[in-house]
Ligand binder design. Structure first.
Ligand code: TMP
Ligand code: ZN
Length: 407
């Protein structure tokens, strides 16, 4: 068993096992359907020493990220969030044309573009070659590299230090956090801010978002655990914003350690303790609720099938693959899943081999009920599918607990 990437001990307690699943972003091409897929254990463990929740296996980063299917979301919800974040950071930290904003795991550059529009210099760092190429084609300057101390040193030489380093939904994917935080220390200007946007472990547990667990997400953090990690690298949390995107996200503002810990951060950490979010029992209760969701969801779906209804999945997000594989929901139950990402259409889901269809196909072959796998966009999607619902169509929203909407 690994040692904890925050505190270095091996005081692990097993929390939740979701069985064996293939990698959630390994969509399958038609010609590869007969090839065997590799299944890896998907088990979370809790560090009794520092409160980190982690997977108990680490898939090597090049296997996951050298080629990557996931393109930055272009959904209305996320584009509005990208704009808000750029405006918030440029205003709060007075970022202007002289300042360099670096984004780690910048994907196609949708976030950096917002900083560019507001007049900052920007540089993306993106390990997936196919995606870095797309970003550069769209004129968001992007290095095709992993963010390491060597990368940081090169950026300092070529562009100078950065007043704002952004890491959106990437920090949980990193195994060697020590190297990344040393790299941040090297690249960050003395008055700079390091911004980590990450799913909030407390939301994940309280809202039963077990499907957010997949092999790319190695770590699940409370603010208390993050603070402890930052202290080891002479950094500290200055402030935290709590927002709704992706089912509950924290935006953690980190600066070089100086002076006292912010009062607001301390009170958030106290709230976590009061809830028991640093105790094993909190996670054991979550595991029990997860098992109940599986039973409830499967029985709702069986009931619909018995009555001859047709079902399809809505959205083919990575987390949908955790949910489908863990619950054993495959082509016996769903006819297809629809997704509006052109690069995913025509491919098949890992494990369940459900075919990914376009919106046009789905409109021509509507099911009676959609299982909303992309539940983090429920508001946006239910609004968009008003016509389907008005015509008697239904959705099952599986998280935080399976319910029917519409019909
Ligand atoms: P994400 O939560 O990782 O951004 O993934 C959401 C997936 O859902 C992504 O593959 C795009 C898909 N999607 C649709 O198919 N239709 C929609 O209206 C929205 C908002 C997302
Ligand atoms: Zn630990």
């Amino acid at each position: 068993m690994l040692s904890c990437r925050v505190c270095g001990t091996r005081n692990w307690e097993r929390v939740l096992s979701l069985g064996y699943t293939p990698l959630a972003n390994n969509y399958v091409r038609m010609n590869d359907l007969k090839k065997e897929e590799i299944y890896y254990p998907l088990t979370t463990v809790f560090c009794a020493q520092c409160g980190l929740v982690s997977l108990d296996v680490v898939i090597p980063a090049p296997v996951l990220y050298d080629f990557y299917y996931y393109l930055s979301s272009e959904s209305k919800t996320i584009l509005a969030h990208n704009e808000w974040l750029a405006r918030y950071l440029t205003t709060r930290f007075g970022l202007g044309p002289a300042d360099l904003v670096v984004e780690i795991g910048s994907n196609t550059g949708t976030q950096l573009r917002c900083f560019k529009t507001l007049g900052c210099r920007t540089l993306g760092v993106e390990p997936a070659e196919n995606i870095a190429t797309l970003a550069n084609e769209h004129e968001v300057e992007t290095l095709n590299r992993y963010f390491t101390t060597a990368t940081a040193a090169d950026i300092v030489t070529q562009h100078g230090r950065s007043r704002c380093i952004v890491a959106r939904h990437v920090f949980a994917h990193i195994d060697d956090l020590g190297d990344v935080l040393r790299a941040v220390n090297r690249l960050l200007a003395d008055d700079g801010v390091f911004v980590i946007e990450i799913p909030y472990l407390v939301d994940l547990v309280d809202r039963n978002e077990f499907d957010t667990i997949y092999h790319e997400h190695l770590s699940y953090f409370t603010i208390g655990t993050l603070q402890r990690l930052m202290e080891r690298y002479d950094l500290r949390i200055l402030d935290v914003e709590h927002v709704e995107v992706h089912g509950g996200t924290i935006i953690v503002l980190v600066e070089r350690a100086r002076g006292q810990e912010a009062e607001r951060v301390r009170s958030m950490i106290e709230e976590e303790s009061a809830k028991g979010a640093n105790k094993l029992e909190y996670f054991r209760a979550f595991a029990a609720r997860t098992e109940q969701i599986k039973l409830d969801l499967v029985s709702m779906i069986l009931d619909l099938k018995r009555r001859g209804q047709r079902l399809a999945g809505y959205g083919a997000p990575a987390k949908g693959n955790t949910l489908l594989n863990y619950c054993g929901i495959d082509s016996a139950y769903l006819d297809y899943v629809r997704d509006n990402t052109p690069t995913k259409q025509g491919l098949y889901l890992p494990g369940t081999h459900l075919r990914i269809r376009s919106d046009e196909y789905a409109r021509a072959h509507p099911p009676d009920c959609y299982l909303l796998l992309a539940w983090n966009y429920a508001t946006e999607i239910l609004e968009k599918e008003k016509e389907f619902i008005d015509a008697g169509g239904r959705f099952i929203v599986p998280i935080p607990a399976p319910v029917f909407v519409g019909g």
